[in-house]
Write a protein that binds this ligand. Structure first.
Ligand SMILES: [Mn+2]
Length: 433
């Protein structure tokens, strides 16, 4: 998002919620992401560390947040550190945040320059009972890159060897898993832009077009509406490419008679949309494609009802496999015998639906998660069953984003997903030309 939208109220509420979870005497410290070097003097585009963004709204490297809820002095309970003024950087890259601007964005009264951080740490750390540091604890995360929070944690343990250290990530994760009304607004806006991109593609899809041309349309709409672009690299996969789950080369020609799978989402105020649509390149699904498409579509529609408080990701995956098993029997890919027990279902469905069908969505497309924590009202998760038949050059996935509730709300309801509807839109666009 390139506009000057700020949500200081959201970030202030987030800090208040976190403060309530920090044990007495606890001092929590968050670091920004690095500006990652690319080659020569060129860095990668900066993307803020999601927890720091969640708590401050600040998008500038080398920012540090201290939260010390039980400190006797109110002004010491929240302190934000930002880069010192630097005329050379500002000459080349534009103005850095001033303390006043950082205050407006974050709602934090006590904003200091980074030059004061070391001195403040010496004082505050010795007043703290426990220092809570932030690391990337995503279940599948593994890296050789010593990112800023990790370097900071090592330096702190070295510098204060007699202090107690703890983890703040589980506390922030707990909060981030349930979305505030402002966050839902941002997700809805990201989805509205994503939806507009899909309509653009329905308007121009034809045999002979290249996957990257389709990608360009999707991204065009995002940029045109002031999004910084896709929340993750779009997957635009025609024919057999759609059976490669994370295909992002997007280089091949879309041919007559093939399906085109598009998994894409705009980013808005750092929140990620994540949808998948699978459309016929020629404008009509073949009878075989339609049969398989409708099977996946029925699974997606029925599965949405299970995004209720008390549910779990494991339960959703289990229901998805059961629903898909029935459909696979219906289209003749499995026999009744293959799916007669739960363990048989798991084994029989796996080769056709090779991935899990849901993940949390928020500031990150695969958002932070406490595995096995039951679903609660206000959580947002994807619903994305798929069916992959490499031998027939067919990959189908349909993905909507669902707001958990006693009556689950499909945030993608307005984005066409029924085969008839998609065909009608493509064909009416062609006629009108
Ligand atoms: Mn997804």
């Amino acid at each position: 998002m390139r506009t000057s939208l700020t949500l200081a109220g959201l970030h202030t509420r987030n800090r208040t919620r976190l403060a309530a979870l920090i044990p007495g005497g606890g001092l929590a410290i968050f670091n920004s992401n690095d500006l990652m070097p690319r080659n020569g003097d060129l860095p990668y585009t900066f993307h803020q560390q999601s927890d720091l963004f969640y708590l401050t709204g600040i998008v500038q490297e080398a920012s540090v947040l201290l939260i010390f809820p039980s400190h006797p002095r109110t002004s010491m309970r929240e302190i934000l550190f930002i880069s010192d003024p630097d005329p050379v950087t500002e000459q080349w890259s534009g103005p850095l945040l001033t303390p006043e601007r950082a205050r407006e964005i974050s709602g934090i009264a006590n904003v200091r320059y980074l030059g004061e951080l070391d001195g403040m740490l010496s004082r505050l750390v010795n007043e703290a009972g426990e220092i809570l540091l932030n690391l990337n604890e995503y279940p599948k995360f593994n890296t050789e890159v010593p990112y800023r929070d990790l370097r900071f944690a090592k330096a702190m343990r070295e510098r204060f060897p007699l202090h107690h250290f703890g983890r703040v990530a589980p506390l922030v994760t707990r909060l981030r898993m349930v979305k505030d009304a402002d966050e839902l607004d941002m997700l809805r806006q990201a989805l509205a832009i994503t939806s507009d991109g899909f309509y653009r593609v329905l308007d121009m899809i034809r045999p002979g077009i290249r996957e990257y041309e389709v990608e360009a349309e999707l991204v065009h709409e995002m940029l045109r509406q002031g999004s910084v672009g896709p929340a993750y690299p779009p997957i635009v996969a025609s024919g057999k490419n759609a059976t490669i789950l994370h295909y992002i080369r997007n280089a091949e020609e879309c041919s007559e008679g093939e399906l085109l799978l598009m998994d894409f989402g705009a980013e808005w105020y750092h929140y990620a949309a994540d949808i998948t649509r699978t459309i016929p390149v020629s404008g009509r699904y073949s009878p075989r494609q339609r049969e398989l498409y409708n099977a996946v579509h029925r699974v997606m529609l029925a599965l949405r009802e299970h995004y209720v408080p008390g549910g779990t990701i494991e339960k959703i995956n289990q229901v998805a496999r059961q629903l898909m098993a029935e459909e696979l029997v219906g289209v003749g890919l499995l026999n009744r015998d293959d799916v007669s027990t739960p363990s048989r279902i798991q084994q029989a469905v796996q080769p056709f639906m090779v991935h899990g069908v849901t993940h949390h969505l928020g500031l990150d497309v695969h958002d932070v998660v406490i595995p096995d924590r039951p679903l609660e009202e206000g959580m947002v998760l994807t619903c994305e069953p798929g069916l992959y038949l490499p031998s027939e050059g067919i990959g189908i996935r349909i993905e909507n984003d669902i707001l958990v509730g006693t009556a689950p709300l499909d945030l993608c309801e307005g984005i066409p997903s029924a085969a008839d509807e998609i065909e009608a839109l493509i064909l009416s666009n062609r006629k009108s030309k």
